[in-house]
Design a protein around this ligand. Structure first.
Ligand code: SF4
Length: 439
């Protein structure tokens, strides 16, 4: 076996949780080859740039990073540079031409073939194969944080007019049920007690053997060691009685749901091609709340979609008041090249979009403040991501006054609120032990 120190890998991820989960998956074959993940690009022997294209800004940042990595690569040409993800899918050929020093470009649609593409690319490189690489010797158990992602599907069968995802990720592909359960078990064995199931429309999941998302929630939630279970992002169309019952009857499922609304106006929802009406969305939320007491709902809305009128905006504000979300991601519509919405007539002028975004923010930030204030004096359970910070079951950020043990679930009293989070005081430790001893 070589006595060289292990090579080092640096992963840069742009974008959402799906993208972060892909980053872990992209790193895995290299970690299995013995590379150690490091936080500093300068020290790295290999870098993965995991790109996102949902917003132009994320794509621009990734492209700019590739330009800045030229000196890193030129200093030691044997270093290995990988570009993956959604922008790699959209811009693949252009990236190879513009940045010829990139060693491997793997688009989001090819992620399943990534391990073999990587092996092929590394095997062509003398510097990466010349030593007596003993993979089994160098392989080390993977460790993970207290909360881990498990991707259950890829792609999307929808065609929302503002979204580039179907073009870059393709149609839905579901991972087999047992493969998901095995990955969930592996994440727990590596230290996670909270799992987040991921998919672009996660609740449309259907296993090749016919089992659906509700079956999956129940099965993952029943695995030993899964103290908390979440999922992202559900599509309102697939919120049905089976999913609601599975959420209500699976103790590990957390009482929080991020359910994108996008607009409260039916006319705008139709132009977005979202496949639900505002009233239908709110009716489903009511059914969820009836079945799951204390359920916190968060959401996304877009300001200034083409053709949006003042009255459409009023409909969105009214829907948000009824929804009463614990937090809301408010976006200003920005046309994405390659989407239908970029070509739609009646674009909303920039200052009008800005003003509408402000009105959405004013309302939703106020609703969030009210939620935070209502938590003061209550007892919450926090999964600690580090010594002081973590998330409550209903997905509020929480900070402890005094440090405790990362990775544990502690009980705390909420002593106050800060913008977007809770201040808390520890009152009980090791809730995980208590949960483990419950039948
Ligand atoms: S459901 Fe719509 S917004 Fe979500 S990924 Fe699919 S096309 Fe995009």
């Amino acid at each position: 076996m070589s006595s060289d120190p292990p090579r080092r890998l640096h992963v840069v991820t742009f974008g959402c949780q799906m993208s972060a989960a892909d980053g872990d998956e992209l790193a895995r074959p290299l970690v299995e080859r013995g590379l150690r993940v490091v936080g500093d690009a300068d020290d790295a022997d290999a870098i993965i740039v995991n790109t996102c294209t949902v917003r132009q800004h994320a794509e621009d940042r990734a492209v700019s990073l590739l330009g800045r990595l030229r000196p890193w690569k030129e200093a030691r040409p044997e270093r290995f540079l990988i570009v993956a993800g959604c922008a790699a899918e959209r811009l693949g050929g252009w990236i190879q031409k513009r940045f010829p020093y990139v060693d491997l470009v793997v688009g989001a649609k090819s992620i399943e073939e990534y391990p073999s593409l990587l092996e092929e690319a590394l095997d062509k490189r003398f510097e990466w194969t010349k030593d007596d690489w003993d993979r089994d010797e160098r392989r080390r158990p993977e460790t993970t944080g207290p909360a881990a992602f498990v991707t259950i599907m890829r792609g999307c069968n929808y065609s929302c007019t503002y979204c580039i995802v179907p073009a870059v990720r393709g149609r839905e592909l579901y991972r087999p049920f047992d493969v998901i359960l095995n990955e969930a078990r592996a994440r727990v064995a590596a230290g996670a007690s909270e799992l987040m199931l991921l998919g672009q429309t996660v609740n449309s999941y259907r296993a090749p053997d016919g089992r659906d998302f509700a079956d999956l929630l129940r099965a993952v939630g029943a695995l030993p060691g899964v103290a908390r279970l979440r999922f992202m992002s559900p599509h309102p169309h697939y919120v049905g009685p089976r999913m609601i019952a599975a959420m209500a009857e699976t103790p590990a499922v957390c009482p929080h749901l991020h359910l994108p609304l996008q607009s409260g106006s039916d006319a705008v929802l139709r132009r977005m091609r979202r496949n639900y009406a505002g009233a239908e969305y709110l009716d489903k939320v009511e059914r969820l709340r009836r079945s799951i007491p204390g359920l916190a709902i968060s959401t996304d809305v877009i300001a200034g979609f083409p053709g949006e009128t003042e009255s459409d905006l009023e409909d969105t504000l009214a829907a948000l008041r009824r929804l009463d979300p614990t937090f809301t991601y408010c976006f200003k519509f920005s046309p994405r090249e390659g989407t239908e919405a970029a070509e739609l007539a009646q674009p909303v002028a920039e200052p009008v979009k800005e003003a509408r975004l402000r009105r959405l923010l004013d309302l939703t930030e106020g609703l969030q403040r009210d939620h935070l204030e209502r938590k003061v004096g209550t007892t919450v359970r926090i999964l600690l991501e580090d010594e002081r910070r973590g998330r409550t079951e209903d997905y509020f950020h929480a900070k402890l006054e005094a440090p405790s043990t990362p990775g544990t679930i502690v009980e705390a009293e909420v002593t106050g609120s800060v913008p977007q989070g809770l201040r808390t005081r520890l009152i009980g430790k090791n809730v995980l032990d208590m949960l483990a001893s419950q039948p």
